[in-house]
Design a protein around this ligand. Structure first.
Ligand code: NAD
Length: 475
């Protein structure tokens, strides 16, 4: 039974019937929410052709694009509750947090509406005028993960539009509904072909990457898929933005106010059930405060109300889908098998629904997969260290490099440790704070390029140098 609005597929301004569909499951109950239309390769062809046709007029009309970005911010704001409800149904994230996600998405669109791409004047004198403009790339293929589909889709669409591109979006088959809803809400504010949302599986994503009409792939998802996309894009030297997985370390120094900082660190690790790219995924705590800090975290875990995302008292919903639920359960079981000590949480959650209490594990070796890999769920390994050198070494001993944080009362010391962490973003006394004007992205195997702020625009543009020799009569 369908319990959520599922819009039709619209390609080139017209609704299109589809034969294929996929079932979207409510993670809070484990039962179907409804069926979502799935795009065929033929529809992908039509969508890319429409995006190419719409491209020239769209790129040439910055006023229309600014108006569209403003409309996008307004439409998201006006439909905030509907979008948040759809997000909570398909991801299980509490309504309070999906409402924040919708507000954040509107803020991203608003930022791009109010921040036109700059023109850099390199020389402007009697002899020459040399400037750098941001020119469109063409059609951007945007590929979205399941964990924050509205925010990630909006960030990609609005940046691509600001730089003059048209967009074909492929959401995750595990959470496609809100992105499809966003596309249908925006349709009346955009020229046909400028934005198409095409739900489908990994194979549709591969077809989008391979399509010769697509000039750039903006991908957010796992490092493994990012590698495959980079290899496939090499054929035509496609432009790439890769926002990939992370294994963020947080380092807690011994001078902290234990209870206060434990509350914030817990949020940094378990917000949205840890299903956040830049969540704290490994925690290093100085030996002097290790026991008291772990006990304070365990109190936070016990106080967490896990349950129905539509219940106001609930602070953590279910894990967003069955494959991820099973992965997390297996990680916890293997940690316990390998000598890890459960300090809070559970070894196995029971259905219905993919609920899993926030889980803390101590006593693991650095090479255990829960420490060395990305769990992307409500389980956190906590490890002791004796001196800062040891903590920095451990934090950097990974192929990932998305984020990291340092927690201390000594801001100067905190900053000096922060600059030594090999990551795209490092926070001091906070973690995972992201906003539209601040560059964000991964070092090492956590990504290629930076989203947000002016690096975000550069990534979705061709930098075009215009160099003019001025007549010698000019004074
Ligand atoms: P995923 O890589 O399995 O899938 C992401 C998307 O890519 C889906 O739409 C999928 O259908 C598509 N896809 C998969 N293989 C593909 C291929 N070879 N070619 C083209 N498309 C392909 O990731 P997921 O499980 O949906 O998301 C979780 C991951 O995303 C985590 O690793 C998380 O850290 C990461 N993530 C990163 C950021 C960031 O900003 N760095 C943000 C959110 C999530």
């Amino acid at each position: 039974m369908t319990v959520v609005d599922i819009p039709e597929l619209v390609v080139d301004g017209r609704p299109v019937p589809t034969e294929d569909s996929l079932t979207v499951v409510n993670p809070a109950t484990g039962t179907p929410l409804g069926t979502c239309p799935v795009a065929t390769p033929e529809l992908l062809e039509r969508a890319v052709s429409a995006a190419v046709r719409a491209g020239t007029a769209w790129a040439g009309d910055p006023t229309a694009r600014t108006d569209a970005l403003r409309a996008m911010a307004d439409v998201i704001t006006e439909n905030r509750d509907r979008l948040a409800r759809s997000l909570s149904l398909e991801t299980g994230v509490p309504l309070r947090d999906t409402t924040l996600e919708a507000a954040g998405a509107a803020a991203f669109a608003h930022y791009r509406a109010s921040t036109p791409p700059p023109v850099d004047r390199i020389h402007d004198d009697t002899r020459q005028r040399v400037s750098v403009h941001r020119a469109r790339i063409g059609v951007v293929g945007a590929i979205i993960p399941w964990n924050a589909p509205l925010l990630i889709s909006t960030e990609k669409i609005s940046t691509a539009f600001a730089a003059g591109n048209t967009v074909v979006v492929k959401p995750s088959p595990l959470a496609p509904l809100t992105t499809l809803l966003l596309g249908s809400l925006l349709a009346e504010h955009l020229p046909p072909g400028v934005l198409t949302v095409l739900p489908g599986g990994d194979s549709l994503g591969r077809a989008l990457v391979a399509h010769p009409g697509v000039g750039m792939i903006s991908f957010t998802g796992s490092t493994e898929a990012g590698r495959a996309i980079m290899a496939a894009a090499a054929d035509r030297l496609k432009r790439l933005s890769l926002e990939l997985g992370g294994n963020d370390a947080a380092i807690v120094l011994p001078d902290v106010d234990v209870r206060k900082v434990a509350r914030k660190v817990f949020q940094g690790a378990f917000y949205r059930g840890g299903q956040v790219c830049a969540a704290i995924k490994r925690l290093y705590v100085h030996a002097d405060v290790f026991e008291s800090f772990t006990a304070a975290l365990a109190e936070q875990a016990q106080a967490t109300v896990v349950g129905d995302p539509f219940d106001d008292a609930v602070t953590m919903g279910p894990i967003s889908n069955r494959p991820q639920f099973e992965r997390v359960r297996e990680l916890v079981a293997s940690a316990v098998r390998d000598g890890g000590i459960l300090r809070a949480g559970e070894q196995a959650g029971d259905g219905p629904g993919y609920f899993h209490r926030p889980t803390l594990i101590t006593g693991l070796r650095a090479d255990h997969k829960l420490v060395a890999g990305e769990q992307f769920g409500p389980v956190l390994p906590v490890l002791p260290f004796k001196d800062i050198e040891e903590a920095v070494r451990a934090a950097n001993d990974t192929d990932y490099g998305l984020g990291g944080s340092v927690w201390t009362s000594d801001i100067t010391l905190g900053e000096s440790v922060a600059v030594r962490l090999d990551a795209g973003s490092v926070w001091v006394n906070r973690h995972g704070v992201v906003s539209p004007e601040v560059p964000f992205g991964g070092a090492k195997q956590s990504g290629v390029g930076r989203a947000n702020g002016s690096p975000g625009i550069d990534q979705y543009s061709e930098l075009k140098t215009v160099s003019i020799s001025l007549p010698s009569t000019r004074t």
